[in-house]
Design a protein around this ligand. Structure first.
Ligand code: GTP
Ligand code: MG
Length: 322
């Protein structure tokens, strides 16, 4: 069970711990800015650094561990937690199957590919589909749509909602849209989501595209290290939200084909997929003939190998019908 802090509030940050504001301030000053940082702290050190009694320091550390649910669990408990994972249909059974039943909660799913491969269309579709009841492939929840490129179209949401037999106005009422104007803004938005998610029953957070601002603000090879560092922090922040709230996080990442690569897959190169070795599911999208698109899951030993073909139609993402 996860602990409760001030006024019975769930503990999501050190501000929620049931301790005085002056101790919270001291913690932050000493570099203990997150619950995670407290988990590995020694009670002795904390007591000395903050000038607080040892039992208080122990109490703080235990509260942080409890809040993050860090303790020995039996394999069976882990199994039950895994079963708790929700899945959102993409609209295509073939693509769902490739993803092990749809886009999963508690993890980040990255769609990457060249322009026009359907990344934004999939985001729109998932923002609609998450609202479906569980028996129809949704999670009966709402979506947050963070748009960094100005490519969100309510008209598409309307068309896709109709395609699913849903009331377009109701569907649009349950998509919380925000434009992120810079990478710092994007990070601040995600930071603040911990308030909105429980309040609005959010089950899906979309960032389209997650990399755009970072690439623009930190261009070239010389900025690569800083860029990746910031991006990693951002993804960690997002992964945390996904786990704590049992929601799905979907991000997109445009990659360009590299004409100088003659063997292997030329689209994997520039930018690459961003999740690197972070947990999560990476899905590469490629164009096929007409409105057909090919999806492939990259380095995910737990998912089936192979590819899925889907279509983007007037009413959204579907299986190939002919
Ligand atoms: P970038 O953001 O440029 O990297 O591309 P993307 O991967 O986000 O591509 P996007 O999802 O915008 O896909 C664009 C494609 O979706 C178009 O080329 C069309 O094939 C299809 N599409 C978009 N809107 C519609 C529509 O209203 N009707 C139909 N039939 N297809 C659409
Ligand atoms: Mg796009």
């Amino acid at each position: 069970m996860q602990g409760e802090g001030k006024a019975g509030k769930k503990i999501r940050s050190i501000d929620d711990l049931d301790i005085s504001p002056s101790i919270v301030a001291k913690l932050k000053d000493s570099g203990y800015t997150s619950l995670e940082s407290l988990v590995t702290a020694s009670a002795q050190d904390l007591s000395v650094t903050l000038g607080i009694p040892l039992p208080t320091a122990m109490k703080i550390i235990n509260a942080a561990r409890e809040a993050l649910d860090i303790r020995f669990k039996t394999a069976k408990e882990v199994k039950l937690e895994r079963m708790n994972i929700g899945r959102i249909t993409t609209g295509s059974k073939a693509l769902d199957q490739l993803l092990g039943g749809g886009v999963e909660t508690k993890t980040i799913t990255e769609f990457f590919g060249e322009f026009g491969t359907g990344k934004t269309q999939l985001c729109h579709q998932l923002a609609v589909n998450v609202q479906l009841p569980v028996e129809k492939g949704g999670l009966g929840g709402t979506a947050v749509y963070i748009d960094t490129e100005g490519t969100f179209r309510w008209e598409r949401i309307e068309a896709m909602a109709r395609g699913k037999g849903l009331d377009p106005d109701e569907v649009m009422d349950k998509i919380y849209f925000i434009r992120a104007v810079s990478s710092d803004h994007q990070m601040a938005i995600v930071e603040e989501l911990k308030e909105l998610i429980p309040e609005k029953n959010v089950k899906l957070v979309i960032i389209d595209s997650v990399t755009g601002h970072f690439r623009a603000e930190y261009p070239g090879r010389e900025n690569l290290a800083v860029r990746q560092q910031k991006l990693n922090k951002h993804l960690h922040q997002l992964q945390n939200l996904a786990e704590v709230f049992n929601i799905a996080a979907v991000v997109t990442n445009q990659v360009m084909a590299r004409p100088d690569v003659f063997y292997g897959d030329p689209t994997v190169a520039v930018g690459g997929h961003i999740l690197g070795h972070a947990p999560g599911v990476r899905v590469q999208l490629r164009k096929s003939r007409g409105n057909k698109r090919i999806a492939r899951v990259i380095d995910a030993p737990h998912l089936p190998e192979g590819e899925a073909i889907f279509m983007i139609t007037e009413t959204g993402v579907t299986d190939v019908t002919e």
